[in-house]
Each structure stands twice: as C-alpha cells, then as structure tokens.
Design a binder for this molecule. Structure first.
Ligand code: T5A
Length: 211
C-alpha cells in the first residue's frame, strides 16, 4: 500500500545507540500505517556504496587521511542518493536511513581538520544537497552506548568505532549541537528507554510529516 508523498528520515547518534534497531522498528510502524518504506544505511545502501563501506571501516586507523575519509563517505553517499534514495522518494516511498550526512558532519569534523561548511560542500557536489525531511539523534549516555555497542560487536568494533572515548564524546557533542541549531529538521530523542518507547517517540515526532 502507498500513501501520500515520499519522506526521507535519517537516524543518527553514537555507536550502539540503537539506530539499526529503530530503523527496522520505525519502518514496521510506518508500514502498519499504510506507507511503503525502504530501510537503508550509510555508509552503504547500494552494491557500490557497500564496497566503499568496506574500504572505510576495515583496516588500520592510519589507513586514510581524514580528508580522504570524508571524501569516501561523501562518495558512498553520492551513489546511495542517486541510485537508491532519490528513486525511492520519486516512487512516493518513505526512506529510513541508518546514518546520513550528519554522521559525516559529526565524525569527520571533530579533529578540526575539516569545517562543517567543507563537509556540506562535499555533500552539495556529491549528492546535490539532498537533506532528510527529519533527522533523529538517538541520544544515550556514553556508558549505555558503550554497553550496547559491546553487546553488538562482541569485542570487534570497526575502524572508526575503535577510536578513543574522547573522540566519541566529541562526536556526541556535535550531534547535540546540530539538534540545538536546526530544531525544525533535527530532533533529539531520549533513546535510553526500551525500544518500543523509543519507536513511539519517533512516530509521535513524525506526525507533522504524515498529514
Ligand atoms: N561514520 C558513518 C562516519 O564516520 N561518517 C559517516 O559519514 C558515516 C555515515 C559505521 C561507522 O562509520 C562512522 C560511524 C560508525 O563508526 P555504523 O555501522 O552505523 O557506522 O556503526 P554503529 O553506529 O556502530 O552501528 P550500528 O548501526 O551497528 O549501532 P546502532 O544501530 O546504533 O545500534 P543497534 O541497533 O545495533 O543496537 C546495539 C545493541 O543494543 C541493543 C540491540 O539489541 C543491540 O544489541 N538495543 C537496545 N537495548 C536496550 N534498549 C534499547 N532501546 C535498545 N536499542 C538497541
């Protein structure tokens, strides 16, 4: 069943905040309301973008310079937007993406080498500035996020997940800052609660887009 026009939702937050869990649960809840939903993720989402994901997330920390890393995330997103997200939206579907541009803005700017404007410039060139209609930052205290990430990874996190706690704390501060500065698009969600309660909060915060 298909209803209304397509909407683009992204889920953001630190490692193990529950984004993948909520992407599936949100899609299920939207489908129950009669929407057709495509669930996807970044980096990745298409066959070629998943190859870039492997390049980015496997291997040693020093494998990529931070500028190369930012470009590769932008390249993966360009593929994802052109081949999966835009076509799905054009068909009138809802798209729920586990991470998108705000992860790029948060993770690749914390060391100060790249500015937010530079990362947004890459997005303008690569993805013609496609922005989500709504972005949820799943906010959990550091200790909860660490526990959930450990349960998920069983000890082996990826190249970026392995960065130290100071780095991840700075990423979380960036996300909270985005929500404060862009309140219309970006909503901070308390994701420490049980999964069903979190999904209910997401659905409630989408009511204006469902009209
Ligand atoms: N990255 C990404 C960048 O640096 N720049 C970019 O531009 C982009 C797009 C890969 C890495 O790439 C970086 C960020 C990352 O370091 P990823 O694969 O999304 O990105 O990495 P993670 O954030 O680590 O991804 P996950 O998607 O695996 O974690 P989630 O989705 O946040 O957590 P989830 O849902 O898998 O849950 C983790 C555990 O917690 C439980 C789950 O059952 C699971 O065991 N859980 C809950 N438990 C209790 N209550 C709840 N509400 C729960 N929700 C989930």
């Amino acid at each position: 069943m298909k209803k209304g026009s397509g909407r683009f939702i992204s889920l953001e937050g630190g490692e193990g905040a529950g984004k993948s869990t909520q992407a599936k649960a949100l899609a299920f809840a939207l489908e129950a309301k009669g929407y057709t939903v495509t669930v996807t993720r970044e980096p990745g989402g298409t066959a070629s973008a998943e190859i870039i994901r492997g390049l980015l997330l496997n291997g040693a920390e020093e494998k990529w310079h931070i500028r190369t890393e930012a470009l590769l995330f932008a390249a993966s997103r360009a593929e994802h937007c052109a081949k999966l997200i835009r076509p799905a939206l054009a068909r009138g579907e809802w798209v729920v993406s586990d991470r998108f541009i705000d992860s790029n803005r948060a993770y690749q700017s914390v060391n100060g080498e790249l500015t937010d404007d530079e990362i947004l410039d890459l997005h303008r060139v690569g993805s013609e500035n496609l922005m989500p209609d709504r972005t949820f930052i799943l906010d959990v205290p550091e200790e909860v996020s660490a526990k959930r990430a450990a349960a998920r990874d069983r000890g082996g996190s990826d190249r970026i997940g392995r960065r130290n706690s100071e780095y991840h704390r700075a990423v979380l501060a960036k996300f909270r800052n985005f929500a404060e500065n862009e309140p219309e698009r970006i909503r901070l969600i308390n994701a420490s609660q049980g999964p069903d309660i979190v999904t209910d909060s997401l659905i409630e915060s989408l009511s204006d887009l469902m009209k």
